[in-house]
Ligand binder design. Structure first.
Ligand SMILES: CC(=O)SCCNC(=O)CCNC(=O)[C@H](O)C(C)(C)COP(=O)(O)OP(=O)(O)OC[C@H]1O[C@@H](n2cnc3c(N)ncnc32)[C@H](O)[C@@H]1OP(=O)(O)O
Length: 387
């Protein structure tokens, strides 16, 4: 297998983007990524387009996107894995280069979610669970699924609504410093606790929003890194992936996501690192409880110690491990098909030390981790990046 580097990244402003079509939106990230890498469409062998199809009517989104961004006659491959689509696009691109099938690949994720109402976007277009056994019979929405995990974690480990609120406070703080975030305002613990209940104990301010957005990464072989004279390649050191049953009725333990534990184990092994080596991470905080459980499942702390980690402020930049210091899904936003590549965008900037002030994580080992999950945790992708 050949080594693969991220040589360029781009991301649009996330939020309500009724000012652009899906194709125009995708171009915002692709243009930035191409310029960042110093290459053009002519240098790219193939595009991998990630899109969930949350609008419910765009059945073949990759073709018009690929054509609009100037890739014709090359590409595309379309991938879909619900909220984990972004890192799946990255993985497909990685494999094309690692196996010798391509030298330069564009991975782009794009999603327009706000054109339709929330139930259509998530329950019809972007359904990530099992239609018959979850949505149809039990009416389990995403917030309701994560609420099951929150109450189990509370019962077993004494986790409180305040602990969850602290995640929202941190991620909104970083969102307020990120000009590309969906929400660029801070929130207080009191505001989170008083916000409207969605599925107790999950409230409005514990939830990621419905966002439009796009993110892209240009991947390259070692030969291409040399050819295009890339001075700060960010190497993909290891990718892990795993699956669990989507059927919540068949899950045994509601305080942990098995798929994330297995995916992390695989990624750490391939990268030859330990969880403690990770200095900056973007984890899948679709709901605040998910970030707390991710601290534990990714091995940043022992099981049950996630609440303590956030309570001690150890996941701010300068703490034990900087987590979601771009605002995370909670504040930066969660345009499903783009989200994982939006993490790669942020972590590449972090590893290249292109952020400033409180937005830059202090680095010694230059190791970052992205964690992207589908549905109520049945699929998990973990990517380790290294400069
Ligand atoms: C593995 C996974 O990733 S699963 C996760 C997949 N994604 C999700 O499940 C999305 C979860 N979020 C949601 O479903 C929705 O955002 C909800 C249910 C929390 C809120 O949706 P709605 O009730 O339709 O809220 P609506 O869109 O009407 O917005 C009302 C107000 O709240 C704000 N708002 C909406 N969502 C959020 C949020 N998550 N955080 C903060 N503010 C929000 C809006 O900006 C709006 O503010 P305004 O009145 O000042 O304009």
């Amino acid at each position: 297998m050949r080594r693969v580097a991220v040589i360029g990244v781009g991301q649009s402003l996330y939020g309500v983007r009724s000012d652009v079509t899906m194709q125009e939106l995708a171009w915002e990230a692709v243009k930035e990524a191409l310029e960042d890498a110093g290459v053009t469409q002519r240098d790219v062998d193939i595009s991998v387009v990630g899109n969930v199809g949350t609008r419910g009517y765009e059945l073949m989104p990759a073709q018009p996107v690929n054509d609009y961004i100037g890739m014709t006659p090359k590409g595309p491959i379309r991938v879909e894995m619900a909220c984990a689509t972004g890192l799946v696009a990255l993985t497909v691109g990685y494999n094309l280069i690692a196996s010798g099938s391509a030298e330069v690949v564009l991975a782009v994720g794009v999603e327009k979610m706000t054109e339709v109402d929330t139930p259509t976007s998530l329950a019809v277009g972007g359904r990530a669970g099992n239609y018959l056994w979850e949505f149809h019979f039990y009416g389990t929405t995403m917030p309701a699924g994560y609420a099951l995990y929150a109450t189990a974690h509370m019962a077993k480990f004494g986790t409180t609504e305040e602990h969850m609120a602290l995640v929202a406070v941190k991620n909104h703080y970083y969102g307020s410093l990120n000009p590309k975030a969906h929400f660029q305002h801070t929130v207080t613990v009191e505001e989170v606790l008083k916000s409207r209940p969605i599925a107790w104990p999950i409230k409005l301010l514990d939830s990621s929003p419905i966002s439009d957005g796009t993110a892209a990464a240009i991947l390259a072989s070692e030969d291409a890194v040399r050819k295009y004279k890339i001075d700060t390649p960010v190497w993909i050191a290891g990718i892990g992936y795993a699956n669990d049953t989507p059927l919540l009725t068949r899950r045994k333990d509601y305080t942990t996501f098995q798929a994330t534990r297995l995916a992390a184990e695989m990624a750490y092994k391939k990268a030859g690192i330990e969880p403690r080596d990770v200095e900056v991470a973007n984890v899948h905080d679709a709901f605040t409880i998910a970030e707390i459980i991710a601290y534990e499942d990714l091995g940043f702390v022992k099981k049950g110690e996630g609440p303590k980690l956030i309570a001690e402020g150890q996941t701010y930049a300068g703490g034990k491990v900087a987590v979601n210091i771009d605002g995370g899904l909670k504040a930066k936003g969660h345009p499903l098909g783009a989200t994982g590549l939006g993490m790669i965008y942020e972590l590449t900037k972090q590893l290249r030390e292109e952020r400033s002030g409180p937005r830059q994580a202090p680095l010694k080992k230059y190791i970052a981790l992205a964690h992207n999950v589908a549905g109520v945790g049945p699929v998990s992708y973990v990517v380790v990046l290294r400069r």
